[in-house]
Write a protein that binds this ligand. Structure first.
Ligand code: DC
Length: 225
C-alpha cells in the first residue's frame, strides 16, 4: 500500500506522516530530506549555482536511507546527515535542488524504487500524490492557515531553545509557499483525488486519527473486492 501526504511547509505533514507510519507499522519516506541532502552534497561540491553540474552529479550522489530506524536515517556517502540537512542554510539553498528538473526526475525515480522495495510506504513531500505516485492507494493533502503554520514553527524552535522571530518565520513561509507552488516541475498542488485536511484547528493526534480512518476504510473496501 502506498500512502502519499503532500502539503506546504509547516502544515504538520512530517509529524503526521511519521506517526501514521508508526501506527500502521510501515516505512516512512521524507522526500524533502532527499532534496535537502542533494543540496548539502552540492554545497560540499561547490556546485549550488551550477544547475548543469548538479544535474550531472545527481546520478552518482551516494544517497541512501537506513530504514532500520523510524524516522529513517539519511546517509550521504555512508555518513548520517539527518541533522546536518536541517540547518537554516540548507533550508535556504535546497531550492537549487528542488527547482532542478534533472534532479527532480532522478529523485522521483529513487522514490519509486524505494516504494518497489517496500511492502508499504507512507511518503511525504510536495509532489508525491501528483507526480511520483499518481495511482497511490490513499492520498492526503494537508494545509493550514499560514499564521498558524508560522506559530507552530515558532513554538517548535522555541522548544528547542533556538531563537526565533514569528513574523520573520511567517515571511519565510509565504516565500517558500510561492516557490513551492510556482515550481516549473513538481509544483505543490493537491491531486484531484487527494483528501484535503485543514490542520489549523486540529491536534496532531486528530490529524493522524483522520488519516488512519481513511486508510482503514480503503483497506476494508479493497478486502471486499
Ligand atoms: O519538507 P521540507 O521542508 O523538508 O522540504 C525541503 C524542500 O524540498 C522544500 O523547499 C520543498 C522541496 N520539496 C520538493 O520540492 N518536493 C518534495 N517532494 C519534497 C520537498
Amino acid at each position: 500500500m502506498i500512502i502519499t501526504i503532500d502539503g506546504p511547509a509547516g502544515s504538520g505533514k512530517s509529524a503526521a506522516a511519521l506517526l501514521l507510519a508508526r501506527r500502521l507499522n510501515i516505512r516512512h519516506l521524507d522526500t524533502g530530506a532527499m532534496y535537502r541532502a542533494v543540496a548539502l552534497d552540492a554545497l560540499r561540491q561547490g556546485i549550488t549555482q551550477d544547475p548543469v553540474a548538479m544535474g550531472r552529479r545527481v546520478a552518482e550522489i551516494p544517497l541512501d536511507f537506513d530504514f532500520s530506524t523510524r524516522p529513517a536515517r539519511i546517509l550521504l556517502a555512508g555518513q548520517d546527515v539527518s541533522q546536518a540537512i536541517r540547518t537554516p542554510q540548507i533550508t535556504q539553498i535546497t531550492r537549487c535542488a528542488a527547482d532542478n528538473p534533472t534532479v527532480r526526475q532522478a529523485m522521483v525515480q529513487r522514490q519509486r524504487r524505494i516504494a518497489a522495495e517496500s511492502q508499504s510506504l507512507v511518503t511525504e513531500g510536495r509532489d508525491q500524490g501528483t507526480v511520483a505516485f499518481p495511482t497511490a492507494d490513499c492520498k492526503f493533502f494537508l494545509d493550514a492557515d499560514p499564521r498558524s503554520r508560522a506559530h507552530r514553527r515558532f513554538l517548535e524552535l522555541t522548544r528547542r531553545n533556538v531563537p526565533a522571530d514569528e513574523n520573520q518565520i511567517l515571511v519565510d513561509i509565504l516565500q517558500r509557499d510561492q516557490q513551492d507552488r510556482t515550481r516549473r516541475v513538481g509544483a505543490l498542488m493537491q491531486a484531484p483525488d487527494a483528501i484535503m485536511i485543514d490542520t489549523t484547528p486540529l491536534t496532531l493526534d486528530q490529524v493522524v486519527d483522520a488519516m488512519a480512518a481513511h486508510v482503514e476504510t480503503h483497506s476494508a473496501k479493497e478486502a471486499r473486492t
